[in-house]
Structure formats: C-alpha cells, structure tokens
Write a protein that binds this ligand. Structure first.
Ligand code: SAM
Ligand code: SF4
Length: 461
C-alpha cells in the first residue's frame, strides 16, 4: 500500500512524537549522545531528536567540536570541488519556490544544444573543474531521457589540453526504473534528487504538476537502486518546513536505504531557500545561520559516512565554518542560469551568495589548511555503493583519498595556479605528503607527483 511504504521510509507521526518527547534534553543526555557519536556508527532517530532540541550554548559548542572531530577523522583535510551546469530550464512543474516554475512567463526558456554544452564545459574546464552536476527542469518532451544521455555522452567526450570532465553527477526529476538504467549506462556519478520537504501536507501545498506526487518522489531512490545506480544523493530544501522535522526525515530516509539495500546515500545536500525573480513565496520556516550550522553538525554525527554538499547559496563566511564541521564537497563559481558561463545570463533559478571564482575559493580554503581535491577515482575504480561503504566505514578509504587529493590538486596547480598560489599550494601538498601513512604509498605518490610536474595527467589510486 502507498501509505505503508511512505511510512516505512519516513513515518511522520513517529517523527513528530520523537520531537515532542525529546524537548529540553538534559546535559547528561546530550553528552552521552555526543560520546556515542564519536564511535562513528551513526545515531538513532531518537538521539537525533535530542540533538535538534539542544538550546544550551555550551552544549551547542560541544556539538560543533564533536562534529569537527568526526569530520576530520573520516574526511580528513580534503574538500572536493565541483560546478553545476544548468542544461535546460524547460519545466512542466509549478514548484512555488523555484524560478523555473511553469507560471514564469517572463523566462525565455532555453535548453543547450550539444555545441553549447561543449562551449560551457570548456569554460568550466578552463577554470580547473573536473566534476559537474547537471541540472534539468522536468519536461518529458524537451528534456527527454535520450536528450539527458546525449548531453552526458557529449560531456565525457570533450577534451582540452588540461584535461576532461571525469565525473558527471545528475540532478533530474524522479523517473522510471528504465530511465535510471539509461543513466547508469551513461556512467553517471551520483544521481541526486531532493525530497525538498518530508512533511506531506507542506509538500503537497508547494508542488503542482507531476512532482506533486509525494510517493513518486520519495520512492525514486529505490527505483534508482533497483536499476543499478548505487551512488545516490538525498536532500532537503531548508526553509519549507521546521528544520528539526526535516533533519529527522532525512536521517530516516538514509537509514531506510541502508537497511533495505545495504547502501546508504552517498551524499546529503542541504540547500536553503534563496530569492528568485518571479518567486513570491516566502519561506515559512526560515533557517538562521546558527541553526544551519547545527543541521550540518547533527547530520555529520547521525550519518557519518554520507558526504555532505554545500552550494554557493551560502555566504563565504558560513561556508568557511561549515567546512570545519561537516561539509566534504562544495560547488564553486556557480551560475544558476542555463548557458550562463561566460555569456549574458538568462534569469537564474535562484540568487547565489558566493560569487567568487574557483581560484579565489581555493586561495581561501588553503589558508585553513584544507586540501582542494578534484578526485574522481572511486567511481572510476568501481569503488561505489556497498563496496565504497565497506572501505569507508573502517577508515580504509583514507589510503586512497589523501594521495588522490594531492595528485588532483597538483594538476590544478600546474595548469591553473596564478599569483603565488602555486608556491602556497605546493607547500600544502608537501605538508600532507608527509602525513601519508605507509612508506610504499608515499613513495608512489611522490613518483606520480613528479610525472604530473612533467606533464602527465589523470594519475590516481
Ligand atoms: N528539476 C529537478 C527537480 O526539481 O528535482 C532538478 C533539480 S532543480 C534544478 C535543483 C534544486 O534546486 C531543487 O531540487 C530545489 O531543492 C532547489 N531549488 C529550487 N528553487 C530554489 C530556491 N529558490 N532557492 C534555493 N534552492 C532552490
Ligand atoms: Fe521544475 Fe525542479 Fe524548479 Fe520544480 S524545482 S519548478 S521541478 S526545475
């Protein structure tokens, strides 16, 4: 039954009753949960309930400290960068919060031709990007699955002297198992789809068109898994409903996939609502900066092995703190309109906050000793899904990630560094090279680094 499967994934009544039961947690309870989180085995929904109800400053600081420690132990110093590529803003839905909604008659709709895809991708490659996230509105005619696949094939075929796009992640509307099989065949990286809100009546109020079908949306990842896609991204659009409820919804969804399929989500996305030209909707449950950081910290504790993505919807100052307490992937230098890189821009999907170039962002994060990574090795070496988790959980993934982060950052420095970044970057590489555990792997990394300096590219473990 429809209601049963929804309840199995996210049980609204249960979440509500947990939230009521866990109000005003004691210091002892919170310290116990934070201690348990340090084991990096995740938390129960009830424990997450206590954490979202923290309202003591001292305990909040302790929460951030614990999240920072877990982030550091699992993800280390690496920060993976990517850029979104808006391919088509044709959309038959009428989501209240999105500027691509069908009611927007001022938008001159656009879908990229394959030549335009090539133009946009070359601009992104020339900034240093190696990973893209493709964005499409939902429109079975204009954005048919065959068009989506053609665009992906095209992107993988593009090469410039400095390299190519090595991982294409995709964010398209919920679809059928057959269509997910086509995405699998097209060798996508992560398939991302956000629930937007887990709260059913809010979901129904804000969505009109095929996306209004809550069941279709919440079961999409199951169809994707059954079609063989095993790197999946979940997400919430924060601001639509009480963030505390949404955090429990997200954790419940992740735990369901993990339990049922043995594969938890590869990533969480946590966008906050941003204004847009024709959007009159104002968020009913705006999330403050402080609560936003709490969301990140709590998710880091609750589902430690799921990467977390932050976008340019956030201000540089918030991103800086977020990197320390849980974020492992970030977009940089994004444009949210179709065909907008290097061109006069069409109306965007929403306004962004962080408008810095990729090199400005990199200069900033290395000040905090983060190692920018463009690594795409795991999925190309078939370390995905359950296999990935089996390496990640005992901490073995470090053996691959640090060297691969170093090698991809070195490529970036060789090809794109300007104004002193080259020297600063190599000082950071030297620092982390010395931290590689295992003399053999350290030696091979050094050899590969030399080859990169001599012009070889795409060397990885
Ligand atoms: N059309 C597909 C869909 O709706 O699933 C693809 C994704 S859409 C291009 C990317 C995401 O942008 C949406 O899932 C939504 O969470 C987010 N989004 C839409 N409007 C937004 C706004 N005003 N502010 C922030 N994020 C927004
Ligand atoms: Fe269309 Fe996606 Fe925007 Fe909704 S969020 S209007 S489905 S592009």
């Amino acid at each position: 039954m429809k209601e049963d499967i929804i309840k199995e994934i996210v049980d609204e009544e249960k979440i509500q009753s947990i939230l009521d039961k866990t109000k005003s947690p004691s210091k002892k309870t919170i310290l116990y949960i934070l201690d348990k989180a340090k084991e990096k085995k995740g938390l129960s929904l009830e424990e997450v309930g206590f954490l979202v109800n923290i309202n003591d400053r001292e305990l909040q600081e302790e929460l951030f400290r614990t999240a920072g420690k877990i982030k550091d132990e699992i993800y280390g110093e690496r920060l993976v960068f990517f850029a979104p590529l808006y391919v088509s803003d044709f959309c038959i839905n009428d989501c209240d919060y999105c500027n691509f909604h069908i009611r927007n008659k001022d938008l001159k709709r656009k879908k990229l031709t394959l030549e335009e895809v090539e133009e946009q991708v070359k601009i992104l490659l020339n900034m240093g990007h190696k990973r893209l996230l493709l964005e499409f509105g939902e429109d079975p005619i204009n954005n048919s699955i065959d068009y989506v696949v053609e665009v992906i094939d095209k992107i993988y075929s593009i090469r410039i002297k400095e390299g190519n796009i090595r991982r294409v992640n995709v964010n398209i509307a919920a679809t059928t198992k057959d269509n997910y099989r086509k995405l699998k065949k097209a060798r996508i990286g992560t398939y991302q789809l956000f629930q937007e809100t887990y709260h059913i009546s809010t979901y129904k109020k804000l969505h009109h068109g095929p996306k209004a079908d809550y069941l279709r949306q919440i079961t999409a990842h199951i169809r994707a898994l059954e079609a063989g896609l095993d790197d999946l991204g979940l997400g919430v659009l924060f601001g639509l409903y009480d963030w505390r409820f949404e955090v429990l919804g997200l954790v419940s969804h992740a735990q369901y996939l993990d339990k049922k399929f043995g594969v938890g989500p590869h990533t969480f996305s946590i966008p906050r609502f941003r204004p847009a030209p024709t959007v009159t909707y104002t968020p009913e449950a705006s999330v403050s900066d402080e609560d936003f950081l709490k969301i990140i910290a709590i998710l880091r504790l609750a589902v430690p092995y799921t990467g977390m993505i932050i976008s340019t919807r956030e201000k540089p100052q918030i991103r800086k703190i977020a990197f320390k307490i849980g974020i492992s992937q970030a977009s940089a230098c994004s444009v949210t309109s179709v065909g907008g890189y290097g061109k006069k821009r069409n109306q965007p999907q929403f306004e962004i906050y962080d408008e810095r170039s990729l090199s400005e962002v990199i200069n900033d994060v290395i000040e905090d000793k983060f190692l920018p990574s463009f690594c795409t090795a795991c999925y190309r070496s078939k370390r995905t899904g359950e296999y990935f988790m089996n390496l990640a959980k005992p901490g073995k993934i470090h053996n691959f990630c640090r060297p691969n982060g170093i090698l991809t950052f070195a490529e970036y420095l060789e090809d794109f560094a300007k104004d002193g970044l080259y020297e600063k970057g190599y000082r950071l590489i030297e620092f982390y090279l010395n931290k590689i555990e295992g003399e053999n792997i350290k030696r091979i990394t050094k050899e590969k680094l030399e080859k990169i300096k001599q012009g070889q590219r795409d060397l990885y473990f």
